[in-house]
Design a protein around this ligand. Structure first.
Ligand SMILES: NC(=O)c1ccc[n+]([C@@H]2O[C@H](COP(=O)([O-])OP(=O)(O)OC[C@H]3O[C@@H](n4cnc5c(N)ncnc54)[C@H](OP(=O)(O)O)[C@@H]3O)[C@@H](O)[C@H]2O)c1
Length: 254
């Protein structure tokens, strides 16, 4: 039983709104046609771009469609891979299978909060880029200068009134098949998402199960002491604390 003061403090804490991590896309398309894939494969060989993709996404949550997951063929290491599919699938250490758009975002939110990360990524394919179009704030965009035949597209455009280019560079390194431009675009007026802390304690236990499985998967990888030092959350009960401090540090940082 909680005393009246504790209960009202707890209620106040539960109804506090937190700003959720920002959503970014990482995408490579042919220019000007907008092709991103053919027969469920990438239609080019650009090792320098794949290296950049790894650097951008490592450590973060990445959301992808089931077809993209199949085309990659395995969960990408050192990232939380969240796969959207209407069919059931098997989770593993860094693989989470989800059956709807909202659960994918919720999983990415929880993972980002546990790890104090302010951004997660949608990595394709075209279905996913369409689904999250109203939420995305930043695009890591590779535009490949080649005429490519394909069956999957990314046609989003970036009117300068809504988007600004913060970086743009051309590349063609030794083993790259084509020349390409890499740019970073940011939405001028950011989309912010908020959640009530109470959402993380819903009776279906989704957040608790996510955290428990994640902690169990991490534990064998590092010794007990190091595990405690590295993780800010060592138990489901500490979630509230992590949510609070994420909220504080999150202010104005998007
Ligand atoms: N160039 C790039 O940057 C890049 C990046 C990624 C991918 N690609 C390419 O893109 C192509 C794949 O793209 P795609 O659009 O065909 O497929 P996709 O987006 O990777 O996956 C589509 C699948 O996602 C699931 N899905 C979609 N919406 C859903 C929803 N609302 N709820 C639950 N599940 C949902 C469905 O899986 P189920 O059928 O299992 O229900 C659907 O068949 C490939 O050629 C790949 O190589 C290119």
């Amino acid at each position: 039983m909680f005393c009246d003061r504790c209960s009202s403090r707890r209620e106040r804490r539960m109804s506090q709104k937190l700003r959720m991590p920002s959503i970014a896309y990482v995408v490579a398309r042919s220019w000007p046609d907008g092709v991103i894939g053919n027969n469920n494969e990438l239609p080019w060989r650009l090792p320098s771009d794949l290296k950049r993709f790894r650097a951008i996404t490592t450590g973060h949550a990445i959301i992808m469609g089931r077809k993209t997951f199949e085309s990659i063929g395995r969960p990408l290491p050192n990232r939380m891979n969240i796969v959207l599919s209407r069919q059931p699938g098997n989770d593993s250490d860094n693989l989470k299978w989800v059956n709807n758009f909202e659960n994918a975002m919720f999983s990415a939110d929880i993972y980002s909060i546990i790890n104090s990360l302010k951004e997660f990524f949608i990595i394709g394919g075209s279905n996913m880029y369409e689904l999250y179009g109203n939420f995305v704030n930043k695009i890591y965009l590779t535009q490949v200068h080649a005429q490519i035949i394909g069956d999957a597209y990314f046609k989003m455009d970036f009117p300068p009134k809504q988007w600004r280019t913060v970086e743009c560079q051309s590349f063609k390194e030794e083993n790259d098949q084509f020349r390409y431009d890499f740019s970073i675009l940011e939405r001028r007026i950011k989309v912010t998402r908020q959640r009530d802390i109470s959402e993380f304690y819903k009776s279906d236990g989704y957040a608790e199960n996510f955290i428990r499985n994640y902690i169990e998967a991490e534990r064998p990888r590092v010794s007990g002491m190091e595990f405690r030092l590295r993780r800010r959350i060592d138990s489901v009960n500490e979630l509230a604390e992590a949510l609070q401090s994420y909220g504080k540090r999150g202010r104005g940082e998007l």
